[in-house]
Design a protein. Structure first.
Length: 276
C-alpha cells in the first residue's frame, strides 16, 4: 500500500489531505482542542501539497507551487470576475428568494463589525486552494478534459467536507448534503475556468474562494430551509453559463482561435474552388 501511494503522488496527496483534515475534526471533539485544531484543519490541503511536492521532486517543486500563489499579473478583468462574480450570483439568489417571498434583509447579520477580520477568510481560502487548484488540478488536467478534471476534483472536495456536514455541532451541520454537493461540483467548473485563463494562478482561485465565502452572508436573509437550494441552483446556472461561454476546454481564447482558423480554412477552400 505504501509503495502504491509513493508511486502515485496525486493519490498520496488526497490521502494526506483527508487524513490531516479529518484528524483535526476528530480532535476538535476534545475540550482542549475544541477551538484551534479544527481551524488548523483548513490548511490541510496546502500542507499536504507542500509535503508531497517536496518528496516528489524536492524544493524546486515546492517553490514552483508557492509561486502560483503570487501569480497576480492576469489582467484587470479577472479581478472583476473573481471578486465580483460571487456577489453577483448571491445577489441574484437573494432576488429570486425575494420574489419567492422567502427573503428578508433584516435576517442578514451585520457585516461592518467583522470587516477588519475579512483577511482571515482569504487566508483560509489560500490554505485550501494551494492544494486543490495549485497541486491537484494541474495533475488531473494532464490526461483529462477540463470538465472531467473539474468534476473529479469537485467530488473529492465534496467528500473532504463530509465530516463538517454529517457530524453534529460543526459549522455546516445544518446544510443538506445534496445541495452542498451540487454547489461544490458546480463551483469546481468555475474554478477551473479561472485557473485555465489566468496562467494557473492560485491567487485568483483564492480570491474567488474567499469572495464566495464572504458573499454567503446574503444567504442569511433567505429562509434556512430554502437557502441551500437557492445556492446550488444559482451555482449550477453560473457553471452552465461558463461552459456555454468558454466551451468544454474552459478556454475562451482557444475556442475563438479554433473558430477563426475554421473560418480561414473555409475561405481558402472557397478561393480554390473559384474558377480562374
Amino acid at each position: 500500500m505504501t509503495n502504491v501511494l509513493w508511486s502515485h503522488p496525486l493519490l498520496l496527496y488526497f490521502v494526506l489531505a483527508f487524513a490531516l483534515f479529518w484528524a483535526c475534526i476528530g480532535l476538535g471533539f476534545m475540550d482542549r482542542f475544541h477551538f484551534w485544531v479544527p481551524i488548523l484543519g483548513a490548511f490541510a490541503p496546502a500542507l499536504a501539497a507542500i509535503v508531497v511536492s517536496g518528496f516528489e521532486t524536492g524544493e524546486h517543486e515546492v517553490r514552483a507551487l508557492l509561486r502560483r500563489l503570487g501569480e497576480w499579473r492576469v489582467g484587470f478583468g479577472w479581478y472583476l470576475v473573481v471578486l465580483g462574480l460571487p456577489f453577483a450570483e448571491d445577489l441574484f439568489a437573494a432576488g429570486l428568494a425575494s420574489v419567492r417571498g422567502v427573503f428578508s434583509a433584516a435576517r442578514i447579520p451585520p457585516i461592518l463589525p467583522v470587516l477588519p477580520a475579512m483577511w482571515v477568510v482569504f487566508l483560509f481560502a489560500a490554505g485550501e486552494e494551494l492544494g486543490w487548484r495549485g497541486f491537484a488540478l494541474p495533475r488531473l488536467l494532464v490526461s483529462r478534459t477540463a470538465v472531467t478534471a473539474s468534476l473529479m476534483l469537485g467530488a473529492v472536495h465534496t467528500a473532504w467536507h463530509w465530516p463538517v456536514i454529517l457530524l453534529p455541532h460543526q459549522y455546516l451541520s445544518d446544510v443538506p448534503l445534496l445541495p452542498w454537493s451540487v454547489f461544490v461540483l458546480s463551483e469546481a467548473i468555475v474554478f477551473t475556468w479561472i485557473f485555465q485563463n489566468t496562467r494557473g494562478s492560485v491567487l485568483m482561485a483564492t480570491l474567488y474562494h474567499g469572495s464566495s465565502n464572504i458573499g454567503m452572508v446574503l444567504y442569511g436573509g433567505i429562509d434556512p430551509a430554502w437557502a441551500p437550494w437557492f445556492k446550488c441552483s444559482t451555482s449550477t446556472l453560473v457553471a452552465l453559463g461558463v461552459l456555454v461561454w468558454a466551451g468544454p476546454n474552459l478556454r475562451r481564447e482557444r475556442r475563438e482561435t479554433a473558430r477563426a482558423g475554421g473560418a480561414v480554412q473555409q475561405l481558402d477552400e472557397a478561393d480554390k474552388a473559384r474558377p480562374g
